[in-house]
Design a protein around this ligand. Structure first.
Ligand SMILES: [Cu+2]
Length: 181
Protein backbone atom coordinates (compact mmCIF):
# COMPACT_ATOMS: atom_id res chain seq x y z
CA UNK A 1 0.00 0.00 0.00
CA UNK A 2 2.67 2.43 1.08
CA UNK A 3 4.85 1.41 -1.82
CA UNK A 4 2.09 2.05 -4.36
CA UNK A 5 1.32 5.41 -2.85
CA UNK A 6 4.91 6.55 -3.10
CA UNK A 7 5.15 5.28 -6.67
CA UNK A 8 2.12 7.27 -7.73
CA UNK A 9 3.44 10.39 -6.04
CA UNK A 10 6.69 9.96 -8.01
CA UNK A 11 4.63 9.70 -11.19
CA UNK A 12 2.72 12.79 -10.19
CA UNK A 13 5.95 14.69 -9.57
CA UNK A 14 7.26 13.61 -12.98
CA UNK A 15 4.07 14.62 -14.68
CA UNK A 16 4.16 18.00 -12.95
CA UNK A 17 7.75 18.51 -13.99
CA UNK A 18 6.87 17.65 -17.60
CA UNK A 19 3.96 20.06 -17.46
CA UNK A 20 6.21 22.89 -16.27
CA UNK A 21 8.75 22.13 -18.96
CA UNK A 22 6.05 22.13 -21.67
CA UNK A 23 4.55 25.27 -20.26
CA UNK A 24 7.91 27.02 -20.49
CA UNK A 25 8.27 25.87 -24.08
CA UNK A 26 4.81 27.12 -24.92
CA UNK A 27 5.60 30.44 -23.23
CA UNK A 28 8.79 30.79 -25.28
CA UNK A 29 7.00 29.92 -28.51
CA UNK A 30 4.22 32.34 -27.69
CA UNK A 31 6.74 35.07 -26.87
CA UNK A 32 8.43 34.62 -30.24
CA UNK A 33 5.04 34.76 -31.95
CA UNK A 34 4.29 38.08 -30.31
CA UNK A 35 7.58 39.59 -31.45
CA UNK A 36 6.94 38.44 -35.01
CA UNK A 37 3.41 39.83 -34.90
CA UNK A 38 4.64 43.16 -33.52
CA UNK A 39 7.31 43.47 -36.21
CA UNK A 40 4.79 42.63 -38.90
CA UNK A 41 2.47 45.32 -37.62
CA UNK A 42 5.16 48.01 -37.48
CA UNK A 43 7.35 47.38 -40.50
CA UNK A 44 6.29 48.50 -43.95
CA UNK A 45 5.33 45.40 -45.86
CA UNK A 46 6.30 44.47 -49.42
CA UNK A 47 2.59 44.74 -50.14
CA UNK A 48 1.67 41.44 -51.71
CA UNK A 49 4.59 41.76 -54.13
CA UNK A 50 5.61 38.13 -54.31
CA UNK A 51 2.69 36.33 -52.79
CA UNK A 52 -0.30 37.53 -54.77
CA UNK A 53 -1.12 37.15 -58.42
CA UNK A 54 -4.61 38.64 -58.10
CA UNK A 55 -5.13 41.82 -60.10
CA UNK A 56 -7.24 43.13 -57.24
CA UNK A 57 -4.32 42.92 -54.83
CA UNK A 58 -1.89 45.09 -56.79
CA UNK A 59 -0.17 47.70 -54.63
CA UNK A 60 -1.82 51.10 -54.29
CA UNK A 61 -5.25 49.95 -55.37
CA UNK A 62 -7.96 50.07 -52.74
CA UNK A 63 -9.93 46.86 -53.09
CA UNK A 64 -12.91 45.12 -51.64
CA UNK A 65 -13.62 41.56 -50.50
CA UNK A 66 -16.64 39.73 -49.10
CA UNK A 67 -19.16 42.21 -50.51
CA UNK A 68 -22.81 41.39 -50.07
CA UNK A 69 -26.15 43.10 -49.80
CA UNK A 70 -29.20 41.96 -47.91
CA UNK A 71 -32.20 41.00 -50.06
CA UNK A 72 -35.01 43.57 -50.03
CA UNK A 73 -38.30 44.56 -51.63
CA UNK A 74 -38.64 47.29 -54.21
CA UNK A 75 -38.66 50.78 -52.60
CA UNK A 76 -37.42 49.33 -49.31
CA UNK A 77 -34.13 50.06 -47.60
CA UNK A 78 -31.39 47.51 -47.07
CA UNK A 79 -27.77 47.22 -46.01
CA UNK A 80 -24.64 46.41 -47.99
CA UNK A 81 -21.49 45.08 -46.36
CA UNK A 82 -17.86 44.50 -47.39
CA UNK A 83 -14.27 44.60 -46.24
CA UNK A 84 -12.34 47.49 -47.79
CA UNK A 85 -8.55 47.12 -47.97
CA UNK A 86 -6.17 50.06 -48.26
CA UNK A 87 -2.67 48.84 -49.26
CA UNK A 88 -1.46 52.43 -49.71
CA UNK A 89 1.12 54.13 -47.51
CA UNK A 90 -1.33 56.94 -46.90
CA UNK A 91 -4.81 57.06 -45.41
CA UNK A 92 -7.88 57.43 -47.62
CA UNK A 93 -11.41 58.56 -46.84
CA UNK A 94 -14.69 57.17 -48.15
CA UNK A 95 -16.95 60.20 -48.51
CA UNK A 96 -19.88 58.65 -50.35
CA UNK A 97 -21.32 55.65 -52.13
CA UNK A 98 -23.86 54.94 -54.85
CA UNK A 99 -25.48 52.02 -56.60
CA UNK A 100 -27.64 51.61 -59.68
CA UNK A 101 -29.93 49.48 -57.47
CA UNK A 102 -30.96 52.31 -55.10
CA UNK A 103 -31.93 55.98 -55.13
CA UNK A 104 -29.29 56.81 -52.53
CA UNK A 105 -26.57 55.03 -50.57
CA UNK A 106 -25.55 56.42 -47.20
CA UNK A 107 -22.57 55.65 -44.99
CA UNK A 108 -23.95 54.41 -41.69
CA UNK A 109 -22.69 53.12 -38.41
CA UNK A 110 -24.80 51.19 -35.91
CA UNK A 111 -24.25 52.59 -32.42
CA UNK A 112 -25.44 51.86 -28.91
CA UNK A 113 -26.38 54.64 -26.50
CA UNK A 114 -27.93 53.84 -23.12
CA UNK A 115 -28.71 50.33 -24.31
CA UNK A 116 -30.57 51.62 -27.38
CA UNK A 117 -29.32 50.57 -30.81
CA UNK A 118 -29.55 53.13 -33.58
CA UNK A 119 -27.84 54.03 -36.84
CA UNK A 120 -25.89 57.20 -37.43
CA UNK A 121 -25.11 58.61 -40.86
CA UNK A 122 -21.39 59.27 -41.33
CA UNK A 123 -20.03 61.96 -43.62
CA UNK A 124 -16.73 60.13 -43.96
CA UNK A 125 -15.18 56.77 -43.11
CA UNK A 126 -11.41 56.68 -42.76
CA UNK A 127 -9.27 53.94 -44.28
CA UNK A 128 -5.96 53.99 -42.41
CA UNK A 129 -2.77 53.31 -44.36
CA UNK A 130 -2.12 49.59 -44.94
CA UNK A 131 -5.25 48.63 -43.08
CA UNK A 132 -8.74 47.25 -43.70
CA UNK A 133 -12.15 48.42 -42.59
CA UNK A 134 -14.95 45.91 -42.11
CA UNK A 135 -18.51 46.89 -42.96
CA UNK A 136 -20.74 44.33 -41.26
CA UNK A 137 -24.18 44.01 -39.67
CA UNK A 138 -24.15 45.74 -36.29
CA UNK A 139 -21.31 48.08 -37.32
CA UNK A 140 -20.40 50.23 -40.28
CA UNK A 141 -22.55 49.60 -43.35
CA UNK A 142 -23.79 51.07 -46.59
CA UNK A 143 -27.48 51.91 -46.39
CA UNK A 144 -29.31 51.54 -49.68
CA UNK A 145 -32.46 53.69 -49.66
CA UNK A 146 -35.27 53.43 -52.16
CA UNK A 147 -34.44 50.17 -53.91
CA UNK A 148 -35.34 50.59 -57.58
CA UNK A 149 -36.45 46.97 -57.73
CA UNK A 150 -36.56 43.96 -55.46
CA UNK A 151 -33.13 42.46 -54.74
CA UNK A 152 -33.29 38.69 -54.91
CA UNK A 153 -30.82 36.24 -53.41
CA UNK A 154 -28.10 35.23 -55.87
CA UNK A 155 -28.10 38.48 -57.87
CA UNK A 156 -25.09 40.80 -58.13
CA UNK A 157 -25.48 44.49 -57.32
CA UNK A 158 -22.95 47.09 -58.52
CA UNK A 159 -21.69 49.51 -55.86
CA UNK A 160 -19.31 52.46 -56.10
CA UNK A 161 -17.40 54.07 -53.27
CA UNK A 162 -16.30 57.66 -53.67
CA UNK A 163 -13.03 58.70 -52.08
CA UNK A 164 -12.15 62.21 -50.96
CA UNK A 165 -9.31 62.36 -53.50
CA UNK A 166 -11.84 61.81 -56.30
CA UNK A 167 -11.11 58.11 -56.89
CA UNK A 168 -13.98 55.68 -57.35
CA UNK A 169 -13.85 52.10 -56.09
CA UNK A 170 -16.21 49.80 -57.98
CA UNK A 171 -17.31 46.36 -56.84
CA UNK A 172 -20.27 44.03 -57.02
CA UNK A 173 -22.10 42.76 -53.97
CA UNK A 174 -23.85 39.41 -53.97
CA UNK A 175 -27.45 39.49 -52.74
CA UNK A 176 -27.93 37.26 -49.71
CA UNK A 177 -31.13 36.27 -47.94
CA UNK A 178 -32.65 38.40 -45.19
CA UNK A 179 -30.69 36.43 -42.59
CA UNK A 180 -27.42 37.09 -44.40
CA UNK A 181 -26.77 33.39 -45.07
CU1 LIG B 1 -28.19 52.00 -41.71
Amino acid sequence: MTHRASQSSVQFARATHRWWRDRRRIAVAFGTGCVVAALTACEPQPRNAATSTSAEALPDIIWVTNAWVRAGDSAALTGAYATVHNPRDSAAQIVGARSAAADTVELHETMQHDGMVHMEAQTEIALAARDSVVFAPGGKHFMLRGLRRALVEGEQVPVQLLLRNGDTIRFTAAVRSITGQ
